[in-house]
Every structure is written in structure tokens, then in C-alpha cells.
Design a protein. Sequence first.
Length: 409
Amino acid sequence: MTLSTTRKRTVNGTAFYPRTSILNETRSWREWDRYHIVDEYTDWQDELAAIRQSASALDQSPIAKHYVVGPDAVRFVDRIITRDATRIEIGQAFYTPWCNEDGALVGDGLVARVEDDRFLFNADPMMNWFEQNAEGFDVAFNDVTFDFGMLSLQGPKSTEILEAATDESWADLRFSRLRTTQIGGVEVLVFRQGFTGEVGYDLMVGDADGVAVWDALFNVDEALGLSAGGFHAIDVARVEAGLVIVGADYTPLGIDRRGDRVPVSSENMTTPLELNMHKFLEFDKDADFIGKAALQREIEAGPRRLMVGIEVNWRDVVGLYDNSDVPVQVPPRTHHLPLSIYHDGAEVGRATSVTWSPTVRKIIGFAHVDPSLAEPGTDVRVGWNTGPIHGEVGGTIVALPHYRLRRAD
């Protein structure tokens, strides 16, 4: 099941750049690590609608891809992640967080078992974290991020498109399972996964073969409605689905690029419990995973805050623009910098990934607040600071997700 590597990239275009660059009518690009990907091809709201109503091809190539291999691969992975690595079957992927000794989140992502002694991490870059914790383990690490593209095929018609491109049935591939196939005459590793809340697949393809796979998918029946979607559309889709990203919704803590330990501060520290990842903490597994003791203490004391959903009163936002005599933008894109949340005049938390959702027709996001304020229906105020606009607007705490998940259907 392990794909062979191709060549190291020397440019910042992805495996699909020869096609995405032609389709990018807005000439809008998004910098993501060492890559640039399309932010918006034509209109992000149309691209989001395609994810929800038909199918969309989303270039996710910058996601880091790291292999962990060796006689101690299982034991090492079991030490690193909070879930039980011994239960990951070949051809299966677990979503999991990983923490430092203080229980603070270092990262989160998918861990797939592709062979008995080989695991594939799809997440943010974490080679330094691997190496810092590898003492005493007979393992090796291989960063293949720039050897492979990742194309996410998302939407209610994604299965039909994949079946047409491969001439085989995919009805038996369950959620969080993976297998290899041939698309456009080349080998592709297919994950039954996605980051939009819809039924979908992530396709890992050799860098040199990206165009062949792209063309094979887009050459299927046009009636299925496959189109290309940019970063903006998938960013809004994942907020609607209640899915967090590192950097915007929590600060990663661990090892910096020089290999030094990043100090933990109470303000920056975020734990899996605060992000409602309780079900991904498997304390009964045999391995004493990193951060276990700290997380057990946190369970006993209770997390200091919880992440829930928030809806912001868009009419209040419009009022701020009107009062400032500035044209309305509500908002033009996902607001990744935190916005302060207030209750009874006191600052009680922060809102992250606040965005306009065409799907639910509301301004939505995540609220990180004291547990006493996490009950749906709680009224709060939000400090709205975007460009020239500054002021407080109304908000309401709501349950997550904002949009009903269909990806496991």
C-alpha cells in the first residue's frame, strides 16, 4: 500500500498547478507553508455550493506527509498519539491529537497504517517533534510532503465520480479506511476522508502524476458536476462542519525549527479537552502516551474553557459599518485572528474562525469560553475588529457542528 516516491519539488506549485493555474480566473493565491494554492477560482460561494450540492476537487497538497517506519514503529506511534496505535489496522486511519508533557496540543491529524511497521501521518509538519521523542526507539522518519500531491474530492457526488474514474465500486470503503487504485493510469492512495463535512475522498498521488489524475477525474460524465474549489471555500466548509485548524483555532506547542522546546503559557496553551476531543483520549491503552498524566489531572479538575459554536448577529455588524460610513463587508473571508468575547461586561473568552456561512446564512465560528457559559442559547458580546471597524456586536452560543455532517454516510 506504500506509494513509491518521485522527485523533490524545487518550485512552489503543487502537483496540480498546471491545471489549477489555468482555471484560476481571479488570480488569487493562498500561501500555505512552502506552496501556493488557489484561494478562489471564480467565486468562493459558488465553489462552496459545489462542495455541498455536487462535487469539488480541492488541492490540499501542502498538508505534511510523514512516514514512520521500523521495528518499533507501533510502539513509537503509540507513545506519541493519544489513541491506541495497536488498534489501527492496515488500511485504516485514526484521527488523533498529540500533546506535550503538559497536555498542551502539539498537533492533530490523520495517522494511517499502511504496512505492519509503517505509519503515515497527514498533518502539520512535525519532523522535529518525531526526532525529539525518538530516543530509545528503532524507527526512521521520511518526509514525503514534496513528493506527493493531495487532491480532496468532496461532495455528495464524489463517490460516483471516483467510480467513473476508476471503473470500480467504492461502496465497501468505510469512513477512515484507505486503499490503492489506478486513476489515469497511475497509482493513487485513496483515503475515505475529507475536511468539509461531506462524503469525500483524499487522493495521494505522486508529484509527477498530478495532471494525469486531475484530467482523469475531470473527464468523467460532465453531468456529475465536478468543479474546482479554492482554499476560501474549503475554509468556510470546515467551519460549518465544526472542524478546527492549527494556528487559527489553537496554538501548537512543542518543538520549534531549531529543536528547542516551546515554553507553555497559560494564555497560549490549548488542550484536547478544551477542544472537545474527549473521545480521542484513550487512557486505557497500555502505552503511557505523552501528556497522559497532565490530561488525567485536567479531567479531574475540569477544563478551564470549552470550545462551542457561536453565531454573530450580522445586523449588528452591518450597523457598525453604517455608523462608520464604510461599505459593508460581512465578513469578506474567514477571520483567523481571535475576537474577544464578553459577558456582563467582562472578557470571558475568544471567538476564532469567524466567517459568513452561505450554507446556514449566518456569521458563525468557534467560541472558547468558560464552561459555565458554554450552554447553547447563552447571549454574549463579540469585539468586532476588522479593518476600520471596531465595536461590540451581539452573539449567541450554539452547539456544534453548524452544519450536519454527512461524511460518514
